[in-house]
Ligand binder design. Structure first.
Ligand SMILES: NC(=O)c1ccc[n+]([C@@H]2O[C@H](COP(=O)([O-])OP(=O)(O)OC[C@H]3O[C@@H](n4cnc5c(N)ncnc54)[C@H](OP(=O)(O)O)[C@@H]3O)[C@@H](O)[C@H]2O)c1
Length: 223
């Protein structure tokens, strides 16, 4: 039977590319994001293997409802990809906007925790897999970067979840890309990674034999 992956931030960029790659590898995918129109277009493209779930990842009850709908539709949850994330319009601690920091932390930190919280009870049943989108910015210090600091949280949490999940046969993988050409940026980044490059890494991690947990895949553009 096909396995099932729930993806947050599935309406564009890395999340949408991962949905395509996962379906091409035989997975069912539940697509969560706020933009119903984009999700519905992707669902139409992917057919019966895809399910649109409009919702805000900063809302725990929305994430719990997404897991419930996924299991209701596909029968089980084998993997969850906490991928939704955002950057800041105004960088810097002295120059930045504290309200924007709050929104950043709500999504990049709390949203990731909510995906894990909502998914873990189902992942325990399948000895399943949690995948988190970190960043190259979560592995090295970047002058004054508050966005990067939220990704340092993701990197720390991913390792801690590997240690926790191994106790019941679960796995956790951290994906840490360098710059990827997605709508995350206002300008195209034609020389950088494509979202498909990251999607392939996610599917590679998911498709390993259960005895092998890829704890981190760090991908940098050659440029
Ligand atoms: N692009 C890069 O260079 C790069 C590098 C390293 C890591 N990353 C990380 O990769 C992840 C995906 O980013 P991307 O590059 O693919 O950018 P993207 O194309 O802008 O995708 C971001 C996704 O997150 C969703 N999202 C935003 N706020 C949300 C919310 N409150 N609730 C649910 N979904 C929400 C967006 O959909 P809606 O607006 O429809 O909700 C969209 O599907 C992020 O965690 C980002 O930090 C990106």
């Amino acid at each position: 039977m096909a396995k099932t992956l729930l993806i947050t931030g599935a309406s564009s960029g890395i999340g949408a590319a991962t949905a395509r790659a996962a379906v091409a590898s035989g997975w069912n995918v539940a697509l969560m994001a706020r933009s119903a129109d984009k999700l519905e277009a992707l669902e139409k493209e992917l057919g019966a293997a895809a399910l649109t779930i409009q919702g805000d990842a900063t809302d725990l009850s929305a994430q719990e409802a997404a897991v419930a709908r996924t299991v209701d539709r596909f029968g089980a949850l084998d993997a969850a990809f906490a991928n939704a994330g955002r950057g800041l319009d105004t960088p810097g601690t002295e120059t930045g906007d504290p309200d924007e920091w709050r929104a950043l932390v709500d999504l990049n930190v709390m949203g990731v925790l909510y995906t894990a919280r909502a998914a873990l009870p189902e992942l325990r049943k399948t000895r399943g897999h949690l995948v988190l989108t970190g960043s190259a910015a979560g592995r090295r210090h970047i002058k004054g970067s508050i966005y990067g600091a939220t990704k340092w949280f993701v990197h720390g949490y991913a390792g801690n979840m590997s240690e926790e999940m191994r106790e019941w046969g679960g796995r956790c993988t951290l994906i840490s890309p360098g710059m990827v050409d997605t709508p995350f940026f206002d300008e195209p980044k034609p020389d950088k990674l494509k979202p498909e490059d990251v999607a392939d890494a996610v599917v590679y991690a998911l498709s390993q034999n259960h005895r092998a947990e890829l704890r981190e895949i760090h991908i940098m553009p050659t440029d």
